[in-house]
Write a protein that binds this ligand. Structure first.
Ligand code: 1GP
Length: 258
C-alpha cells in the first residue's frame, strides 16, 4: 500500500522551515477574538511573514466561535488555518488542517487518546488535513492548559525527560513535537530543554508559551526551535511587538549553525 503523501498545509510548514530556518505560528483564541477584530490582525500577521494561524484555547466550548473565526481568516488572508483543539468543541469544518495532537504527559487518558478517538470521525467527515503532533507541557507554571489537561509537567531542569517524551512522540509516528510552557507563562521553555529535545528528534520542534519579546523568540530559535507560537502578544494588540517577534523568528538561526 502506498504511503499517504503529506498534505498541503504540512508541506507549506516544512517548506517554510527549510527556507527560513524557523517559522512563526500565530495563535488566536476564539474566545478572545471576534471575527471583526481578527481580520485586521490577520492581515498584519500575513504581511509580517507569519506562516499560519492556529485556532484554539484551553477553555473553548462553542464550535461556532471557532468556525466563524476560521471563515473570516480564510476570507481575509491566504494564511492556512490550523485547528489547535482543546477537545471536540475545537473541531470544525471551516479550517484547512488540524494539529491532531496527543497531550503526551497528561495523567488522564482522555487527553492522550480519548478525545482524539471521538474527534477522528469528524476530522474525516470535514476533510481536514490531520497533522499528527506530540504535545508536551513543560515547567511548573500554573497555566490553563496544564490544569485542564491534567498534565504532569516536565520540570525545566530535567531536559532529558523532555527529550525522552519527544523521541517517544517521534517513534509513535507524530510528525511535529510541541513544547508548551502554557499561554502567558512567565517561564518560557528554557533553551536547554529545547536544545536537548532538538538533539534527540528528527521531527520539527514547535515551542510556545510566554514568548513575548523578539529576544525570547530568538533565544528559542537559537536553541533549536523550528517554529515559535505566540498568542498572548497578539491578544495584547501591540502589533509592533508581534511584527518584531516574527522578524526575529525568520532571521537565520545563527546560533544553531544550521
Ligand atoms: C499557548 O504556546 C501558546 O498554547 C502561546 O502562548 O499565549 O504565551 O504566547 P502565549
Amino acid at each position: 500500500m502506498p504511503l499517504p503523501s503529506l498534505g498541503k498545509v504540512e508541506r507549506r510548514l516544512l517548506d517554510g522551515i527549510a527556507n527560513n530556518g524557523a517559522i512563526h505560528l500565530a495563535l488566536l483564541d476564539p474566545e478572545e477574538f471576534d471575527p471583526e477584530r481578527a481580520s485586521s490582525i490577520v492581515k498584519a500577521l500575513e504581511r509580517a511573514g507569519s506562516a499560519a494561524v492556529m485556532l484554539g484555547g484551553s477553555t473553548v466550548s462553542m464550535p461556532s466561535q471557532v468556525s466563524d473565526l476560521a471563515k473570516r481568516i480564510r476570507a481575509e488572508s491566504d494564511l492556512p488555518v490550523i485547528l489547535f483543539p482543546n477537545g471536540l468543541a475545537g473541531v470544525v469544518g471551516e479550517a484547512d488542517a488540524i494539529f491532531f495532537m496527543s497531550l503526551m504527559n497528561s495523567t488522564n487518558p482522555y487527553y492522550i487518546v480519548g478525545a482524539q478517538a471521538l474527534a477522528a470521525p469528524l476530522v474525516k467527515r470535514f476533510g481536514l488535513e490531520a497533522i499528527p503532533m506530540g504535545y508536551i507541557i513543560v515547567g511548573g507554571a500554573q497555566t490553563s492548559v496544564s490544569f485542564i489537561g491534567q498534565a504532569n509537567p516536565i520540570p525545566q531542569d530535567k531536559p532529558d525527560i523532555a527529550a525522552m517524551y519527544a523521541l517517544a512522540a517521534q517513534y509513535m509516528g507524530m510528525r511535529f513535537v510541541y513544547l508548551e510552557a502554557g499561554s502567558g507563562s512567565r517561564e518560557p521553555v528554557k533553551p536547554e530543554v529545547i536544545r536537548r529535545v532538538k538533539e534527540a528528534v528528527d521531527i520539527p520542534v514547535i515551542v510556545g508559551g510566554g514568548i513575548s519579546t523578539p529576544e525570547l523568540a530568538q533565544r528559542a530559535v537559537g536553541a533549536g526551535a523550528d517554529a515559535i507560537v505566540t498568542g498572548t502578544a497578539i491578544e495584547g494588540s501591540d502589533m509592533g511587538m508581534v511584527v518584531k517577534i516574527i522578524g526575529a523568528v525568520r532571521r537565520d538561526r545563527g546560533l544553531k549553525g544550521g
